[in-house]
Design a protein around this ligand. Structure first.
Ligand SMILES: Cc1ncc(COP(=O)(O)O)c(C=O)c1O
Length: 385
């Protein structure tokens, strides 16, 4: 018999996949399900990036690469962050990872010791707490639900959550799952506390190109933050390349040196030809056009979703970015609610408990407006609204 570690016993499988798996099972059986549970854009990968992928394969880029990534990609990632997000990174500050998720994991493994506390903001992306637990740490939750998912009013709560055991703050904006974009003042509030308490901060900015209107700074660009920020980004969302599995961290070299050990001993390197494709995306693709089309589409669909629920008396905190929205529901068991919604209404949504906010479900507006209307009609007809 295999006896499993306390570490792995402390975590559950990613909850969004429970619903996504149920959706695909039922779809296999021929059921008509509108799947609003997945966290990826319903756009094709742009043609020029596909071409660069084919060219990289034809050129034989199928071997291992330097662990931190090919120079061309590290250069492109640094320039991309500097030009588009007002940052100041050199290629040495970049590690290319198989997905931004791996960059987050390596960072948590590099910083968190058993017994350490890590501050997260609820609703929180479903993998943050499990990563902390896998490192032996404990997540301390600052709840943004009472503030309509905004961070600025919760800065005092953040201050109160910091203890001598705090080792790290994990910040994500634009936020998966609420679609919120935190304000300048909120970023400055985090900065002030991080500097006062000498804490590192992960700033997960993977949805930054999909902000509808608001302006959001990059945390590492704020005074006092470069040396204590690990910026996470990648090509999954901006260029509709989720299956390529390519993300990166940008951080001071003392951090990349340490996280690089986790990286080289776990994945060795990101996939070679994928790195070439990502260099094309970050270095040469027309990011304004690609992300611009996506965010206009997502904005329209989000507005439609909010309006449809408003017509039925349900207020959704209005998303400001990306393709997510948190819908309040009347149920004590949002997982069961979501399973029932798939089976009875044929609509896939993710339970709020996956993000530390029971009483809500997350919708991804990754289907057409007609399908979104149909999904809301079905939920209404079956008594879910
Ligand atoms: C908040 C957040 N961070 C990071 C990621 C990681 O994305 P990837 O590993 O595809 O780069 C995701 C993906 O859903 C996410 O929602």
């Amino acid at each position: 018999m295999i006896e499993f570690s306390n570490r792995v016993n402390a975590v559950e499988p990613a909850a969004p996949f429970v619903i996504t798996n149920l959706v695909s099972e039922l779809q296999e059986e021929g059921e008509d399900i509108i799947d609003l549970s997945v966290g990826q854009p319903d756009f094709e990968t742009p043609e020029e990036i596909l071409e660069a992928t084919h060219e990289a394969l034809d050129a034989g880029h199928t071997t291992y690469t330097p662990s931190d990534g090919i120079p061309k990609l590290r250069r492109a990632a640094a320039e991309y962050l500097n030009e588009r997000h007002g940052l100041d990174y050199a290629p040495e500050n970049i590690i290319a990872t198989p997905g931004g998720k791996q960059a987050l994991f390596e960072t948590v493994m590099a910083i968190v010791d058993p017994g350490d506390e890590v501050i997260v903001f609820d609703p929180v992306w479903s993998s943050y707490e499990p990563m902390v637990k896998l490192a032996g740490g404990e997540a301390v939750h600052v709840d943004l639900a009472p503030y309509d998912f905004k961070l600025e009013p919760a800065i005092d709560d953040l201050a109160a959550a910091i203890t001598d055991d705090t080792a790290l703050i994990m910040l994500n904006s634009p936020v998966n799952p609420s679609g919120m974009v935190f304000s300048h003042a909120a970023f400055e509030g985090v900065r002030d506390l991080a500097v006062d308490h000498d804490l590192p901060v992960i700033s997960d900015e993977i949805y930054k190109e999909l902000i509808f209107e608001k302006d959001q700074p990059s945390l590492a660009a704020l005074d006092g933050m470069f040396d204590r920020t690990i910026t996470i980004n990648g090509v999954s969302k901006t260029y509709s390349m989720t299956g390529y599995r390519l993300g990166f961290m940008a951080a001071p070299t003392d951090h990349t040196t340490q996280a690089g050990k986790v990286h080289s001993h776990s994945v060795s390197c990101a996939s070679n030809f994928v790195q070439h494709a990502a260099a094309e995306a970050l270095g040469n693709a027309d990011t304004d056009a690609i992300a611009g089309e996506m965010k206009e589409t997502f904005r329209r669909r989000s507005e439609t979703l909010v309006d449809l629920f408003a017509e039925r008396g349900v207020d959704i905190p209005e998303p400001e970015s990306a393709f997510y929205a948190m819908i309040p529901i009347e149920s004590d068991d949002d997982m069961q609610w979501c399973k029932d919604a798939v089976r009875e209404a044929g609509v896939g949504l993710v339970p709020g408990q996956a993000f530390g906010t029971p009483g809500y479900v997350r919708a991804s507006v990754v289907d057409t407006e007609d399908q979104i209307r149909e999904a809301v009609d079905r939920l209404d007809a079956e008594g879910f609204i």
